[in-house]
Design a protein around this ligand. Structure first.
Ligand code: ZN
Length: 304
């Protein structure tokens, strides 16, 4: 499995007391090129081959997800495994940016959600985490639930399962601000650039802005990061409580990391953002970019 640009052997780097089942699954993951994402077919294969329930499989995968963590400040690694309603599984891990404010930190649960959104996933039923979700993540996840596709999320921590609703009693959410859409439901913001872009990386950033979730500020925005290996898009994900919102750069970095790529391979970063807003991603994007790819200049496009 490729992690931060290097091949790692999950068997060699795991605890010595892992079960035979876990060893077999780690061996299976070792052979995948994109270890942070499992198709519905791969999930079904593992469930039937190893005779596991989905909850058991997800718990076994958490240490593998944790390998993708990038916490240069805390050195505290957290992994998350999200099961989407399509049947696919998405890894998430925490990401910190050295020399930047802690407010830019991405938590593992947020990373797993951004990863799933990047693949067009429209809902979540299970989320397994290596540590109890903090209040910030409970608030972030609350933006997804109470829809037909995601009525609630089963949160698995070690051997306990709790609904998200039970973990965030008396919640403040979109309904308190009169918003009926939810994070992960399909969005179409009808943005365009003038002139019409022909650069495929700019087109991807525009597409990411068009599916971004910004019901509170209309700061529709998307990023595309081009590396020597591929292009990774990320869409802004807003929150009713504002602070747990996730920037488009963070979302794109999640996809880059979960695809096994490395910051060192970043060549271009494009931000497309809606015009005329009270808030903007521009300065925060530049700040984080300075931390991870100081030689790369942000390309900025305002859309209408
Ligand atoms: Zn958290």
């Amino acid at each position: 499995m490729k992690v931060h640009g290097s091949e790692i052997d999950l068997l060699a780097s795991s605890d010595s007391d892992v079960s035979e089942q876990q060893k077999a699954i780690f061996q299976y993951l070792n052979n995948l090129s994109d270890g942070g994402y499992l198709t519905p077919q791969q999930v079904q294969y593992m469930l039937s081959t190893y005779g596991l329930t989905l909850q058991q499989l997800m718990q076994i995968l958490v240490p593998a997800a944790t390998k993708f963590a990038s916490p240069p400040i805390s050195n505290f690694k957290v992994g998350a495994v999200l099961h989407g309603i399509s049947g696919a599984i998405y890894f998430g891990a925490n990401i910190e940016f050295v020399n930047e404010a802690l407010s830019f930190t991405v938590h593992a649960e947020q990373a797993s959600v951004a990863h799933a959104i990047s693949y067009g996933e429209k809902g979540v039923d299970y989320l397994a985490i290596s540590a109890a979700p903090c209040g910030y993540c409970r608030q972030f996840l609350y933006e997804i639930i109470k829809t037909t596709s995601t009525p609630d999320i089963n949160v698995l921590i070690n051997n306990s399962s709790n609904t998200l609703s039970s973990l965030i009693p008396q919640a403040f959410g979109p309904q308190d601000l009169g918003i009926t859409t939810r994070l992960m439901l399909p969005q179409n913001n009808n943005l365009s650039l003038n002139p019409n872009p022909t650069d495929p990386v700019v087109i991807k950033a525009l597409q990411a802005a068009n599916i971004s979730y910004s019901p509170y500020t209309s700061d529709f925005s998307g990023i595309c990061i081009a590396t020597t290996n591929g292009a990774y898009s990320g869409s802004y994900a807003e929150n009713a409580a504002y602070n747990p919102s996730m920037s488009p750069l963070e979302a794109a970095l999640v996809l880059l990391i979960m695809s096994g790529d490395s910051y060192a391979n970043i060549q271009r970063v494009i931000l497309v953002e809606a015009a005329n807003n009270n808030c903007s991603q521009l300065t925060a994007t530049n700040a984080v970019l300075q931390s991870i790819a100081p030689g790369v200049n942000l390309e900025y496009h305002v859309a209408n």
